[in-house]
Design a protein around this ligand. Structure first.
Ligand code: HEC
Ligand code: HEC
Length: 281
């Protein structure tokens, strides 16, 4: 009886003060196993979820006309992973898409969205990357049939924390800087994501072991989620189910998204309701 009461009191305090209760490593563990989900690309995936003992050890991703992409080993193994990189070098790889030798990281790593990651969150992710077991695994290099840009934009010096007080703004941060939802849910025009005009309109074709998936429209348009209840949207994101209960297709990171905290899901839903409605292309 006493313990039951005590546990409830602690849970209540932690729910009220998440920022104070969390260490960077705890924050990183939460992010990496929920909304950020780097493992959806960097961990070998099986139909049952991420492969055992291979967390973040890299895998073949896709071969399409313009490129063949492999997600590298980002475990702390010094020889085959990123164990020899400094924190600053890892942060530059994530937010600026640049390796320590100055070479540019190519698609589909969603660097243009990770630019918005706050200093605290990117440091929390680095703390988590340092905590996973090193795995010796040599991954092939990607090949691109076009020149990669000289950079992914201006250097990212510092990104401030986004306050949770404004649900919609925090939802925008979760969806963009942390979750890179637009990388899949926005159509390509001439090979480039048309975020400016068609953010969230869907229609991208994603071919893989799951077959061919066409990303749905997730704007508040009638082609999108206008008629979904908040619970329908939350269920799609965290359970991978349509309102009628039928399963949605990979490669959305459902295995990781099931761990997104209810407050964060609510912020994402609130934000999705506010974006410009756009028709499916
Ligand atoms: C959509 C798939 C995808 C996601 C999501 C993704 N990456 Fe990557 N990442 C890649 C690919 C592909 C490359 C290699 C591109 C190339 O060869 O130029 C890469 C390269 C890297 C590199 C450079 C490693 C090296 O040895 O060259 C690091 C570090 C990295 N990613 C970290 C991360 C982290 C941390 C996250 C999550 C915050 C993340 N990535 C999310 C696909 C992804
Ligand atoms: C790696 C690509 C990818 C990423 C990243 C991604 N999604 Fe998806 N999403 C998909 C695919 C594929 C489907 C399901 C397609 C199908 O089964 O018809 C889907 C389905 C959905 C649905 C269901 C829509 C419907 O019509 O029922 C919602 C809502 C959704 N995604 C929201 C999000 C949000 C929010 C994020 C970011 C947290 C996100 N997605 C990130 C690929 C992605």
């Amino acid at each position: 009886m006493f313990f039951k009461f005590f546990g409830a009191a602690i849970a209540f305090v932690m729910a009220g003060l998440p920022a104070l209760a969390e260490t960077p490593l705890e924050r990183g563990r939460y992010l990496m196993n929920s909304i950020v989900a780097c493992g959806n690309c960097h961990t070998p995936q099986t139909p049952a979820g991420p492969a055992q003992g291979m967390e973040l050890a890299g895998q073949f991703l896709m071969s399409i006309d313009p490129f063949t992409a492999y997600a590298p080993n980002i475990t702390p193994d010094v020889e085959t992973g990123i164990g020899g990189w400094t924190d600053e070098q890892i942060i530059a790889a994530i937010r600026e898409g640049r390796r320590p030798d100055g070479s540019i990281i190519g698609p589909p790593m969603p660097v243009e969205f990770y630019r918005d990651m706050s200093d605290n969150d990117v440091k929390a992710i680095v703390a988590y990357l340092r905590s996973v077991p090193p795995v010796v695994n040599v991954v092939e290099r990607s090949t691109y049939n076009f020149p990669l840009p000289a950079s992914h934009g201006d250097p990212v010096i510092s990104v401030a924390e986004v306050s949770r007080d404004n649900l919609v703004e925090y939802g925008a941060y979760l969806t963009t800087g942390l979750g890179h939802c637009w990388a899949c849910h926005t159509p390509l025009v001439n090979g480039q994501l048309d975020v400016e005009n068609q953010m969230g309109a869907g229609g991208q074709i994603l071919d893989g072991p799951w077959g061919v998936a066409v990303t749905p429209n997730i704007t508040p348009h009638e082609d999108g989620i206008r008629d979904y209840s908040d619970a329908d949207i939350a269920q799609a994101i965290t359970k991978g189910l349509r309102p009628d209960g039928s399963p949605l297709s990979p490669p959305m990171a459902f295995y990781y998204y099931q761990n997104i905290a209810a407050d964060d899901v609510a912020a994402i839903v609130a934000y999705l309701r506010t974006i410009d409605p756009k028709p499916l292309p």
